[in-house]
Write a protein that binds this ligand. Structure first.
Ligand code: ACM
Length: 704
């Protein structure tokens, strides 16, 4: 508690005065408008709810059922913890006679599959109860997520603050990509992540169903695709329908991706006739860009794809279908005399008469686009598919940079931003929060701006299996959810982090495993001994996996079969402890620069920050003696011993520097040089992890 008070204090201290935030409280994404009252609604055990819906049709029944399920399963457990199912006291009345404490009313069933469908809502909480109104049931589903975030548990009861909310999304396409091709993610994992998506107002699950390492959806027409290409780990069509239904009930579309003509080794393992050469491929065990591609010159390639798409476009009701199209440098095509001859015959050559891989892939894309158009689908692809001759309705998903996004819109294509939202890179939530699909200085006309549909966070799963994937997604993905839902002006990073912490707790109660799973892994690594877990946790919580894709290149060979059960897999993508420590360091240094503290840190804020920082540093310093016996004893932990030693030494340096700051002393050049040398040494990755507190301690040491 003390720690929390200190933190609140330093948050206030470090907030720039110019950027007065709106009063965001517990809400993430921040709604378009909120007006807070002074009062509250306290939830009573006899809580009742009712929904007023339009006259009954099949569509309104489905909408009604989605709303009822969301209330019962997703909202009421937060309002009445421990009680199951209160049931609506009345519903489906023609004229509203609200008698319940929660009254929901919507005008018509929303068309989930219509891009840009109305998701707006108004939510009013008064001491008497809750009124949630929306033009469509989709707006009700969004408002229910807001309602759940307002629930404030106290000792005996849950209460909601008095508030008026009027809300609608900034972008109509707010996606999260899940990648069961690299590590299979069972249906239950997909479902709980759909719950997390509902809670943060994502509305598209991009399902990356095939890649070099696996083909994950059952095909009745080409069963070798899932049996051989999926090695038995795939979704049956029944399961696919169940996931789509589950997502729809939460107002989430499911957009499938079958990646082609590259990233398709699993297809070639199943049907070697698709290959560009005579090699026989197994499903890939390695990671990386393999540049193995289908043969785009053979009619048999297109007949297989056409039949498969006839099947898959019926299985997936969404009007959009993603064909991947990324990362094929065409080396296999250029090495095949037969394919080169085809390219020359078709005129797919550059100005120098050399085979033009891009022209051949555009030809391939056009063929696939024709099929998808016949099946009444709109094609989506990664930004590599952009090129002359691509039909304007094709949607471009930009992953390599903003440039692709703008070029797509300028060429008349609808476009999605994923560059900046790669949550698998283990970067900070702040780094994903900042990129905006449509910043004020976007070089686009108003007409072109309308083509920017939104964006998607991408969770590529080379280093995330079904156990730890939640911890690689949440809570950081929520920062992207807010960027895509809330106004562009919502940019207060410290306030985002404050709310991210709250959302993280809420997601855990929804069933996400982002906290539980790493904790279980730590217990396992500690040999199940509870007393040993605590110091291991202290170490793990200040470690982060190396950033971007460095895990591939640090002396440890990963394949699809490598267990993800080392300390690096339990380490958070972004260490909360290290981040908070860094905020406190910056707060202290900022305070020191103020007039009140030029000579000493004896004022209240200075003392509080010093106490907090000393406390943390002493804790880390003392941890080495506690954790070393375990690190020595467990073979799987031995590699991490240097980090613990380094944590102790940099904590010691930090404490020495704090004492100097307290006394108003400057460090000697010799002390500082030695300290920086130790910090450099502590920066080195160990066991594919980094010691996340090093940069903040360096700031402390380097402060003039
Ligand atoms: C991608 O990351 N290759 C889309």
């Amino acid at each position: 508690m003390m720690r929390l008070l200190l933190l609140c204090f330093l948050l206030v201290l470090t907030r720039p005065l110019a950027a007065q935030p709106t009063d965001t409280r517990t809400l993430l994404p921040v709604p378009a408008q909120t007006t807070w009252g002074q009062s509250r609604f306290t939830v009573k055990p006899d809580l009742s709810w009712q929904v007023f819906t339009p006259t009954q049709t099949a569509a309104s029944q489905a909408a009604d059922s989605a709303v009822a399920q969301a209330v019962e399963r997703l909202v009421l457990p937060a309002l009445l913890p421990g009680r199951v199912g209160v049931g609506p006291s009345s519903r489906k009345q023609a004229s509203p006679l609200p008698t319940a404490s929660i009254v929901l009313q919507y005008g018509r069933p929303g068309e989930l599959l219509k891009l840009g469908e109305d998701e707006s809502y108004t939510l009013r909480v008064t001491p008497m109860g809750v009124a949630l109104n929306a033009p469509t049931h989709l707006g009700i589903l969004r408002g229910l997520a807001t309602l759940r975030q307002l629930a404030t548990p106290e000792k005996k009861a849950v209460w909601l603050p008095e508030v008026d909310v009027a809300d609608s999304p900034r972008f109509p396409w707010r996606g999260l990509l899940l990648d069961p091709a690299r590590h299979f993610l069972p249906v239950s994992v997909i479902q709980r992540n759909l719950d997390g998506m509902w809670a943060t107002k994502f509305n598209v699950m991009h399902w990356h169903l095939s890649d070099d390492q696996g083909f994950r959806v059952e095909s009745k027409l080409f069963p070798r695709l899932h049996a051989v290409g999926g090695e038995g780990q795939f979704y049956t069509q029944q399961q696919v329908r169940e996931v789509i239904r589950y997502a729809a009930q939460r107002g989430i579309r499911v957009v499938p991706e079958l990646d082609m003509p590259g990233h398709a080794t699993a297809w070639l393992a199943a049907y070697p006739r698709l290959a560009s050469n005579d090699s026989v491929y197994g499903v890939a065990r390695k990671w990386g860009v393999l540049n193995i591609a289908m043969d785009p010159t053979k009619e048999t390639t297109y007949s297989l794809i056409d039949s498969l798409l006839s099947e898959m476009t019926r299985l997936f009701p969404d009007p959009y279908f993603h064909i991947g199209g990324d990362e094929n440098d065409g080396r296999q095509w250029k090495r095949s005399p037969r394919i080169v001859a085809f390219m020359k015959k078709q005129g797919f050559v550059d100005a120098k008469g050399q085979p033009d891989k891009h022209a051949l892939q555009t030809y391939y894309n056009r063929r696939v686009l024709q099929m998808l158009t016949r099946y009444q689908k709109t094609m989506v692809g990664w930004d590599e598919i952009l090129g002359p001759g691509l039909a304007p309705e094709a949607v471009i998903q930009s992953w390599r940079g903003k440039k692709g996004l703008y070029e797509a819109a300028k060429a008349g294509h609808p476009a999605l931003l994923s560059n900046g939202y790669y949550i698998d890179l283990n970067l900070t939530a702040a780094s994903h929060y900042t990129p905006d699909p449509l910043p004020q200085d976007a070089p686009l006309t108003p007409q072109q701006q309308k083509l920017i549909l939104g964006g998607e966070a991408t969770m590529w799963s080379e280093f995330a299996d079904s156990v730890i994937v939640d911890s690689r997604i949440w809570p950081r993905a929520a920062a992207v959810a807010e960027r895509l839902w809330s106004a562009a002006s919502v940019r207060d990073v410290p306030d985002m982090y404050r709310r991210l912490g709250l959302v993280s707790g809420q997601l855990e109660t929804l069933g996400l495993q982002h906290r539980r799973a790493p904790e279980q892994l730590l217990t396992q690594l500690a040999g199940g001994r509870q007393t040993a877990v605590a110091p291991l946790r202290t170490l793990a919580h200040v470690l982060e996996p190396v950033k971007e894709y460095k895990r591939h290149f640090q002396g440890f060979k990963y394949t699809t079969q490598t267990p993800l059960t080392r300390l690096v897999d339990a380490a958070p993508a972004e260490s909360e402890e290290a981040r908070e420590f860094g905020v406190a360091v910056d707060g202290l240094l900022a305070y020191r620069r103020t007039a009140a503290a030029t000579t000493s840190l004896q004022g209240q804020p200075g003392r509080a920050l010093l106490a907090y920082l000393s406390n943390e540093l002493e804790y880390w310093q003392a941890n080495d003696a506690l954790v070393q016996p375990l690190l020595k004893q467990m073979p799987s932990l031995q590699e991490y011993a240097p980090h613990s030693v380094n944590l102790k030494s940099v904590a010691t340096l930090g404490l020495e520097r704090l004492r100097m700051l307290e006394k108003g002393q400057a460090p000697t050049p010799a002390w500082q040089a030695n300290a920086l040398k130790q910090l450099d040494a502590a920066k080195a990755p160990v066991g594919q992890t980094e010691l996340a507190v090093v940069p903040a301690i360096r700031r402390l040491i380097e402060a003039k």
